[in-house]
Design a protein around this ligand. Sequence first.
Ligand code: MSP
Length: 510
Amino acid sequence: MKDNYYITTPIYYVNDVPHIGSAYTTLAVDVIARFMRLCGKDVMFLTGTDEHGQKVEKAAANKNIDPQKFTDELSEHFRNLCEVMNISCDDFIRTTEDRHKQTVEKFWQKLVDSGDIYQGKYSGWYCVRDEAFYDKSELTPEGLAPTGASVEWVEEPSYFFALSKWQDKLLEYYKDNPEFIKPQSRYNEVVSFVKGGLHDLSVSRTSFNWGIKVPGDDKHVIYVWLDALVNYLSALGYPDNDNFKKFWPANAHVVGKDIVRFHAVYWPAFLMAADLPLPKCIVAHGWWTNEGEKISKSLGNVINPVELVEEFGLDSVRYFLMKEITFGSDGNFSRSSLINRINSELSNKIGNLVQRTLSFVFKQCDARVPEVEQNFASLAYKSTLLQYAVNAAQTNIKLMENFEINAVLDNILNIAEQANIYIDNQAPWQLKKTDIIKMNEVLYTLLETIRFIGLMLQPFMPDAACKILDQLGVDTRARDFAHLNENFALQSGSVILEPTPIFPRFENAS
Ligand code: MSP
């Protein structure tokens, strides 16, 4: 039986169109999901939109549009981004859907039944941009939220979740599960935040309307974060659907560093209260800046991922976003770095290797995988080059299980570098004049290495990888990671296609 693997993105606020930040999280999850499918897992990949709350209500009011109509339009942009970026999600959830509303109501009732929700009055600071309550001690000297957004004083009747009650249980859980929050720096932050003491959390608001009503008390709207986090259950049809039984607990919730507290403190406390198992891992990634500056609407430097794809092509954008940042750390977007990576890595290293090997084979070997001795494949696998590729493939599985996405790409690129050195050293164009048998062996070893590269590139650049494998003549049914070994080595005499450049250089740098 296949292993199940459930992975999610955060659901995106629909107060604005998608930007590079949302594209980045979704893409990272897409790469992980595709990788796990290729490892043979039964994957459920969920993304969607977070459509309730004061922030969205305000954005709709500013445009003078009914919030439902507004969210219908905006949510479509996020769905469209999935198309544009070739995102392989299995479901797209909207928090305004009925299936979600029903699950939130059931989940709320669970918390009421367990005695974790009580009625009171909230007075304190609220930040609409972050949809978060802040303690006075967390505000900056200028009286802003720690994120720099403005806060307002709120006094209203409210339901509370007894978060403080869960403090020790949470700390115990972190201690017993050191892999629960990645990377380690975020784990440490969460532990020290919880050790600092947890206050009960206000989980309903009365000062606006746009949300799911508290069951039995429709003056109250359920706090948008409680509503939003439950999406991870609604998409599985919690509590009765088979998918819930099959996929819960999630293997990973991938989130940006700004929303770790909600996922690694509030969410596990809600789940413990509801007596449900906790997700296996909260994976936090860093933030992008643009040419060294914080990305913000007011600075006018928001990067539109759709325009980026139109200008540079999807494969290049996917590659760049995954390669530029050490997953978990912050990183900077710059046009020059993007163009440089297209030219010096994709085009010069991988593209060049594929193009020169395949066009040589196409012309000199009658467009067929060269003839070699029958047992040559196993000899080839003893070569330094293929040993290197096999080791990289094995390491990559461990790296991806640990969410070290960019390190996987580094490894693939290193294989291409080794293969380029090999082709230069072996010089098949010279061997053609002196030793045809050796020339064929060299070419065979190179083609087999390219097969590895093509297979491993699939999660990152599905289109380009597909072209490489098509050109090599690899059967579409022989493309998962179970084929990364000599048992599935290319057959002498099988046909290759006339190669066309896969990663052209980006010339008109502006
Ligand atoms: N709606 C909540 C999430 C609820 S999940 C139950 C939310 N939405 S968001 O649209 O504001 O942010 C979604 C994701 O985009 C977050 O993971 C956030 O970190 C990410 N990014 C927003 N700007 C970003 C960058 N500049 N760089 C990288 N990611 C950033 O929070």
